[in-house]
Design a protein around this ligand. Structure first.
Ligand code: CS2
Ligand code: MN
Length: 372
């Protein structure tokens, strides 16, 4: 009996050792040792209103060191200079470094040129300045620019205080609300073809320079992705439109800001965009240079923004798609709900909402990467 008991004990011990040995040999899944933080994705926050000290402090506590913003001469005390000039861009880059952050993507000025998008006199000077800007950021090692093709009226909503989960406030859009607006802006109306012609003219002038400078342009979808607003046509409003844009000038420097919320609000109630499929398609083409990871409920003519875990998209499947295509570029939470105790002064950019979003995004990345 004694012999049998000791055999079982030895057997169990051996088995235990074996299973431990085998898992240690196999590096147990879930171990931190062989996990690259955020699976190599560069998490960033947007600082469109300058170096906000509370947001910077929270970013560093979260270990999120990427900054996204525009080039503001005023921010660095050189107001007399232009935002595309080397000295200004260098000072802005160094200002973020001083805060312990790295300017990863330029989103906002100077990449918002109206005459270029509308094809007005003076566009060539705008394009020349944009090329100077591209050359300068390339020299300074900033390699991604988020731009958009929404002249005059940028991202727009019907309201920014819609009640969401637990009383948080989100932005919402209903096309009925804009039909009553003044029909036209000072620019009157254009055709969609004219907007495409202007896009082609711009890409032909700028993409060769961006290639030379090692800079990637990442075009953001029109938001909301409706046909036109107050006479200004919107063309970047579907997956097909992005395929057409890419084919206007195929190049690693001509890519996309995959704003997931904007893509999720494309299509009608019965033909939503398949987000993981779109990520896979554009990701396999190597043209997703920047991601805005957010979600909505609804469709192009009527939607509201949501908490990252409460929208229409399977966010885990979306993150799985980024992982599967090997996306390791900059990603930011984009718009978030304004949560209790936070101001709604900058709708979509509440600090508390951003904390929740970063935690959710990081958790999703880890879940995907550790189950790969
Ligand atoms: C946003 C942008 O509409 C969107 O999805 O990413 O509009 C962004 O908030 C603005 O470009 C900031 O200036
Ligand atoms: Mn966006």
């Amino acid at each position: 009996m004694e012999k049998r008991r000791s055999f079982i004990k030895k057997g169990a011990a051996a088995f235990g050792a074996f299973s431990l040995a085998s898992t240690s040999a196999r590096m147990p899944s879930g171990s931190m040792t062989n996990y690259t933080k955020d699976a190599g994705i560069q998490l960033c926050l947007a600082y469109f209103w300058g170096p906000e000290s509370r947001k910077i402090a929270l970013s560093k506590q979260m270990g999120v060191h990427g900054a996204v913003g525009g080039i503001s001469p005023k921010m660095v005390g050189i107001s007399e200079k232009k935002n595309y000039e080397f000295e200004v861009i260098k000072a802005v880059k160094e200002r973020w470094q001083k805060e312990g952050l790295q300017l990863k993507v330029i989103e906002g000025p100077p990449s918002l040129y109206t005459k270029t998008k509308l094809g007005l006199p003076g566009r060539d000077e705008e394009i020349d300045n944009f090329i100077t800007f591209i050359r300068n950021i390339g020299t300074l090692g900033i390699d991604t620019v988020c731009h958009n093709w929404m002249p005059v009226i940028g991202w727009t909503r019907s309201r920014v205080d819609k009640q969401s989960r637990g009383g948080a406030m989100v932005s919402a859009f209903d096309i009925e609300n804009i039909k009553g607006q003044d029909p036209y802006t000072e620019y009157g109306t254009l055709t969609h073809k004219k907007m495409w012609d202007n896009m082609s003219y711009f890409l032909k002038a700028v993409i060769p320079e961006a290639e030379q400078a090692g800079v990637k342009l990442a075009l953001h979808p029109d938001d909301p992705p409706v046909d036109s607003i107050r006479g200004i046509p919107r063309i970047m409003t579907s997956v097909e439109a992005f395929k057409k844009m890419l084919d206007l000038y195929p190049s690693p420097s001509n890519g996309i800001t995959f704003c997931q919320g904007s893509f999720a609000s494309m299509g009608g109630p019965d033909n939503p965009v398949d987000i993981p499929k779109a990520i896979k398609y554009f990701g396999e083409r190597g043209v997703i240079h920047f991601v805005h990871f957010r979600d909505v409920k609804g469709h192009k003519e009527r939607f509201e923004e949501t908490f990252h875990d409460a929208g229409k998209t399977d966010m885990h499947a979306a993150m799985q798609a980024y992982y599967d295509v090997g996306f390791k570029g900059p990603m930011r939470p984009d718009h978030v709900p304004t949560m209790h105790g936070d101001s709604n002064e900058h709708p979509g950019y509440s600090t508390i909402g951003t904390l929740y979003a970063i935690g959710y995004i990081r958790g999703l990345i880890e879940a995907v990467a550790k189950n790969a």
